[in-house]
Ligand binder design. Sequence first.
Ligand code: NAD
Length: 581
Amino acid sequence: MGLFPYYSAVDLLYLKMVWAQVQTRRMINILTNIYTAMRNSIVTFPLPANEPVKSYLKGSPERVALEAELERQSNTVVDIPIIIGGKEIRTGDTGKVVCPHDHQHVLATYHKVGEKEIQMAIDAAMEAHKQWSETDWTVRAAIVLKCAELLATKYRPVLNAATMLGQSKNFYQAEIDSACETIDFFRYNVHYASKIYSMQPKDAPNCIDHTEFRPLEGFVLAVTPFNFASIASNLCMTPVLMGNVAIWKPSTTSLLSNYYLMQLYKEAGVPDGVVNFLPGSGALIGKVCTNSKWFAGIHFTGSTGTFNSLWQQAGANLGKYVSYPRLVGETGGKDFIFATPSADPKAVATAVFCGAFEFQGQKCSAASRMYCPKSIWPEVLAGVKAMAAEAKMGDVMDPRNFINAVIDEKSFDNISSYIEYAKQSPDAQIVMGGKCDKSVGYFVEPTVIETTDPHFKSMEEEIFGPVITVYPYDDDKVDEAVELCDTTSPYGLTGCVFGQDRLAVQKVADRLRYAAGNFYINDKPTGAVVGCQPFGGSRASGTNDKAGGEFNLIRWVIPRVIKETLVSPTDYRYGYIKEMM
Ligand code: NAD
């Protein structure tokens, strides 16, 4: 009897035939994805290539198109509405969007939501959920891929210009963010979705088993940061690709690019109500959304403090929810460069300059502390100073400017306060930069603080600006310096190690295993590429669900496993009971 104690020999023969059919059918099912695509065709989404970064050389078609769009947007004041269920709503309670590098230049006015609009958005999202959650996933994928194609073509100059003007990025920084990374997120996520949907269990004898990846039962609240249009888009569109509906709370200081993203989604075919756009107070939106029984998840990127407060609100309201909400958040960092004594000083200097100062140090991955052997520190500093002397700072419209402005006055004042603190402290000195000027735009010079105290305030706290603090250590005290690097800050986002002695480098990398979710060897700690380095950190840096990878997508589905028995048993008795009767 063996495996099939309930059945007679004839039953078994029959079962073997059925089993053979099941195997054949299973193969067909896998090939045609019939559980997820209601069509008689094989739809595959292979691993895409990354969107090439355009050069923007003078006279190139992309440069011409971008400059024309910059001109257009510079001479326009957009009226940004709230968008709920596809309808534009204007409350009259408005705020202004300005250029950070020219704060008297108003780019847009925007309308803020009140409690009533937030509730309307929840209702609209839940209405849209009925259809979108049941839409064939290949159709959803087609819409997301259309977003990518529209952004690679028609919307490329629009998004890049809006990101340059509204978030103060130069040509290159806008291109790698609002064009390339955003496109990559769209395309790679479709591929990862197809991988997830094809993850199926094995069939038991006489059965067909499969997993249906249902969208969450409710809405996802996407709360997005100012610094990357790509992150803002990804936080909404990843859950949406998986069949969810989103309430999007964009950052007030990235509203222009974010509003154009909404236009892109609409043109690509994202149905009304699937993404609802709510400018306004994060605290209010967070409070109302986490109070709804349909709050099914939060997709967050921003500071650790904001995520912690949203998590606490979700915890306090737990009994109200239909399901346990998915809480996914990528938060702050205190990202490091660790140079070992065999490091190439020129390579370290370049990593400092690009890792700490590109986009004014406002990448979550930006290097903001460094441990450097005393023997090479003077040469590293000289290298950084030479680059700083050459690189220009100013308006984004002038392509010679490598450095632009920090995002707003609050941020400017915060960064300046750290520089001022260092100037006053006996434990630190400003060895490069240190000037701040907010008369026209929020400009902070690339700044290097050198300290004798490894626990100096700016070695421990996130500043989010173009400031790096360096602790030069004795060359024979690498182990102590590595210990400091691991234990000085609560974060664990990015970090890197430099050295030509690969064995020594490996020792440091091993010791710093939990210090960073994205770790680099002989490279700066910024610049993660979708598909190559899925991004996220742990400790106080977030839930590490890795944007740009399938780990993230899996958080936006709740699987249902279905077993279908082909020939149902009709006899309750075990074989040994049967033979005794
Ligand atoms: P932030 O926390 O100030 O704001 C993020 C978003 O939260 C914004 O939309 C804001 O309006 C909203 N918000 C603010 N207070 C809120 C509240 N009480 N309730 C609900 N929402 C609220 O962050 P930011 O200044 O936009 O971005 C900078 C931070 O983001 C840095 O700490 C940086 O390290 C982090 N960041 C992390 C990653 C990552 O992948 N780990 C990526 C980018 C940025």
